[in-house]
Design a protein around this ligand. Sequence first.
Ligand code: AMP
Length: 571
Amino acid sequence: MDVAKALQFIEQVTENADKVQQTTLAEILSQNGGTEYLKRFNLDGPDAFKSKVPIVTYEDIQPFIRRIADGDRSPILCAQPISDFIISSGTSGAQGKLIPVNKQEQDIRVLQASLAHAILKQHVKGLDEGKSLRFMFIKPDRRTQGGLVARSAITRFFKNDIKNRADAMTTTSPYEAVCCEDIFQSMYTQMLCGLYEREHVLRVGALFASGLLRAIRFLQLNWQNLTHDVRTGMLNPRVDDQGIRGCMARVLRPEPELADLLARECDKDKWEGIITRIWPNTKFVDTIVTGSMSQYIPTVDYYSGGLPVTCTQYASSECSCGINLDPFCHPSQVSYTFMPHTAYLEFLPQDPDWSGSELVDLVNVEIGKEYELVVTNYNGLYRYRLGDKFRVTGFHNSAPQFRFLARRNVLLSIDTDKTDETTLQGAVESAYKVLNESKTVVADYTSYVDTTTIPSHYVIFWELLLKDSDGWPSGEVVEQCCLAMEEAMDAEYRRCRLADKSIGALEIRIVERGSFEELMDYAVEKSSAAFSQYKTPKCVQLKPMVDLLNSRVVAAHFSPSPPHWTLEERL
Ligand code: AMP
């Protein structure tokens, strides 16, 4: 889509945001009013929608989704046939969530991506003349019992649409490499292509910052082999995917001078600014660093030498609705303008005093206030609590702009994993069972994500209470506790850990007796809360609190091996 057309479209829908929302709702209801789900509410028009249709969570609609997944083709949630499912990484027990989708929804996603790309083009002259080194990965497809394909949103996007995408022509990653399920082969090939094209690369990125940092780490570990391939023009035999080998035959050529230059840069002790050293014409880093990804901003800055970072879109399995109209703003200032044509969007106020049952319409949200997004979309979600929380920062015409705050209940997240308090508690209890065999109990615990390692890893701080003086658990026992915790994490965590290797081994750091009391003293001093109100946070994020605990560590142990995970667990 050309820039002028895209900007015109954005202006048009945002100037009439309310009207577009009403039309969107009317269209969804006229298409889907006859579905089993909606018929139950006897809706006589969009007005009745708000009063009669309940606000739901995934668990409420899971029985309907289950039937579709099991093969029931009747119009249960949606009149148009459900073509497939998106597997969401969101927290919903151990299984992840199955989100039904159809063609219409896919068209909206593609349009959103084109709009976001047009906005980038507006800001970067010659964007499409330079190359994009974007590390993209898919996950294996699954099939539900009823035979429908289920895959992550990004896998679906790449498999269905990457060839048609506006920016597909400019990416250095061959389609065969992006669609290879073997992460090593995929990453190796994408990196190799990026190295060959070093002079032409204008932006470097990945969907999320965690992915980009993995790519840098990969280069750190594999640069000798990669530069060998550049030197000889021969592909590493570990890459044996025939599709990749076929397309790489057209790319590979011996370039000893390039290999020398790359090897010189990679061999240096300091990797600060490596992105611009290897890809000297990079103008910006294209990756999401909002929400839980903001923890990676300092590391991304370190490797990029402080290049601007663009976060262009907010999207989830349930809907793709946010575009950043000012992609070169500072990451801390990123706001996503919610496009009113994408879905019917309502907002649950996060104000503790709010007791009404009415949700707030898109155009009526107030600047400075916080809300959880509630979505009604074309593929059968009605007033669905998505779980993402936002703060309103302004408006573009009459469409509000939101700063992403957090996923509801998520304590720890490194990549696509999202661990909530219940899961963490369950995991800690599994470790207690291992520990019970020694003469120790855990007096208190908390957690955080250590981003100083790549991949990052979960750290659990434990303060131990010895039942008798010789009861200190051995290193091996604590390692088994780490593993027990990992085994008790949800499927997405274990998949990231075992298959993607995007999460490092979980670590337990045992702190001195009294450390948690000091933590409490610090927290109470810094807030107006009374001692009696204090509860140990199950995750610490503030640097002084993390530093305090780290300065009291007496022993640290890692999980000795990854937890189990099988594809079958997902559905
Ligand atoms: P999934 O449904 O598995 O594709 O995960 C989507 C989730 O990723 C969203 O619900 C958000 O929690 C998170 N997410 C997506 N886009 C952004 C963004 N731009 N900034 C922060 N978090 C995001």
